[in-house]
Ligand binder design. Structure first.
Ligand code: AMP
Length: 238
């Protein structure tokens, strides 16, 4: 036990010597890209850029882009490449992306990947993209997605099957009713998985073929997945 903990700490310390550069977290909906991105944010202080979060912000604030995207998001379909690429281009202009950044949920199609490769390749100072793909089985994903609930007040995430709150549908920390994302239903999940298989699985193969790519088993405790992702990034950047 003590040795395992020391190994994890050692990996984390070692990883701090690495310049992270652009990191892609790939994987199906619900594999834990967002959770793992937050672990990397904590390690390196680089931003997490989640196109899903950016689109939800637009949708919830009723911007023109959000109104355009809402229906597609609610059906588990993808927003157009142009819209998403432009949103990412604007975000990558922010100065906090200079040392590196984590892209979470992007690129999701081959045209998005081609756009990103070209965008990064056009900057002579930019490090090449590295990609880590998180693997989780279909049935586990179904339970993760359809069981996911979030506290509307403090943002704590629960899962009614895997990590239930003490009182049904109430936050342990402040008692606020838990909410379910409108696209976390089984029907939408199946559509998102179909979309993933047809549009995003080829993106994983694209980065695998480029070679700066590693796969991580996502069916382990969050800390173990985080250690594996950090170790993969350190190897890919060494
Ligand atoms: P996520 O939180 O990453 O699962 O994204 C939620 C929804 O936002 C997806 O189901 C899509 O409708 C949309 N979305 C997020 N990222 C992208 C992307 N890179 N390309 C197209 N649509 C996206």
């Amino acid at each position: 036990m003590a040795v395992a903990a020391a190994d994890v700490q050692g990996e984390k310390r070692q990883s701090l010597n690495v310049t992270p550069g652009p990191i892609l977290l790939l994987g199906a909906p619900g594999v834990g890209k967002g959770t793992q991105a937050k672990e990397l944010v904590a390690k390196w202080g680089i931003p997490q850029i989640s196109t899903g979060d950016l689109l939800r912000y637009h949708r919830d604030h009723g911007t023109a882009l959000g109104i355009q995207a809402k229906q597609l998001m609610d059906q588990g379909k993808l927003v157009s490449d142009d819209v998403v690429n432009q949103m990412v281009a604007a975000r990558l202009k922010q100065p906090d992306t200079q040392v590196g950044y984590i892209l979470d949920g992007y690129p999701r199609t081959l045209p998005q990947a081609a756009w990103l490769d070209q965008h990064i390749g056009a900057d002579p100072k930019a490090l090449p993209v590295i990609a880590v793909s998180i693997q989780v089985s279909y049935n586990q994903l179904l339970r993760r997605i359809t069981g996911r609930r979030t506290c509307a007040a403090c943002g704590t995430i629960y899962n009614i099957y895997l990590q239930p709150p003490r009182v049904d549908e109430k936050c342990d920390l402040d008692g606020t009713p838990l909410v379910r994302r409108s696209d976390d239903t089984e029907e939408v999940f199946r559509e998102r998985m179909r979309t993933y298989e047809s549009q995003t699985a080829p993106v994983v193969e694209h980065y695998r073929a480029l070679g700066r790519f590693e796969e991580v088993n996502g069916e382990q405790p969050v800390d173990a997945v985080a250690a594996a992702v950090i170790a993969a990034v350190a190897r890919l950047r060494s």
